[in-house]
Design a protein around this ligand. Sequence first.
Ligand code: ADP
Ligand code: MG
Ligand code: MG
Length: 359
Amino acid sequence: ALLLGYRLLKGNYKQSVVNPGVMEAANTEPVDLEDLKLLECIGRGRYGSVFRAVSNQRTVAVKVFSGHHHYATERSVYLLPLLRQHDNMAAFMGAEERITSEGRTEYLLVMEYYPLGCLGVYLSRYSPDWPSCCRMLHSATTGLAFLHAELYRGGIQAAVCHRDINSRNILVRGDLSCVLSDFGLSMTLTRTGLPLQGEEEHCAISEAGTLRYMAPEVLEGAVNLRDCESALKQVDVYALGLVYWETFSRCSDLYPTGESVPEYQMVFQEEVGKQPSFQDMQRLVSRDKQRPSFPWKDSSLAVRSLQDTIEECWDHDAEARLTAQCAAQRLADLLAPNTRSPALYNHRNLAEGSKMAAD
Ligand code: ADP
Ligand code: MG
Ligand code: MG
């Protein structure tokens, strides 16, 4: 029905506003928009919906925005010179604006379709082992470190802050490597702290991503605007720490064999439930400085160093947080051969590890 519905809609489209029928610079083979058929809605957010779609027998994902603002922002990030070659960014295939039969303009972003969906949904279904958790998060963190790096982007040295890091904006590939997506709130910043030209209309700096993942300084309205670039990177890393917690909470190797892995929980679900208010989050994260508690009992060296890493990501003091680059290195270390078996319950170094932990 959806397919049919879309075909009808498509038939009624007036001429496209820009580049009729032709997709903009794409990093893979161009997608034929004329042949694009939306099949099923796979995600509905604040500013639009994401569909699984086909174009010339190829499955793609299409994000349909009703407003121009977040579309333009997300598109501008995908169009940054180096971004599209990076392995940990969702693969962008094109963008187009078009007018519906009702005269409304719709904005479309076409990207690769990731059948496993986002990390949050993946974790609600599967409990990955230690190496998989490390690899998934290492790849997502490498993506963030790349965004944060000051590179020449469009002739200007600039860094990008994502500003909506959460487990729904990280997509999972078949091989469990991850990519960052949803750049609708991102900001491209130059050394001077000034956004790139054309970005002035970007969302207010204080307007930030997802409530549950908001850093204390965001909840307090106390983001350091004098060093906007560093401050916004620190906000990203705080949220990343929560994603680490969310992921490792489902790590099968962190619970005794035979004991079931706890069900998937959103971050702070236990503390504030499923629909926290801004005030709830403010009280919890900012006033009471609470963070999710670690649900596992494993106290091996590797697990302790994981906990340290997580705590250094979500530190109350924004300036004390790890950089994304450093967090990526920590995850790589956690995967290194000498620490790859932290799952004391499942490995013979149980006694050894506990002894070391007790020392
Ligand atoms: P919003 O800005 O509305 O949050 P997102 O870009 O985050 O939109 O997409 C919403 C959801 O749709 C994601 O959380 C994810 O579950 C799903 N999704 C988005 N892009 C893809 C994709 N390329 N492949 C598979 N699922 C996707
Ligand atoms: Mg999203
Ligand atoms: Mg978004």
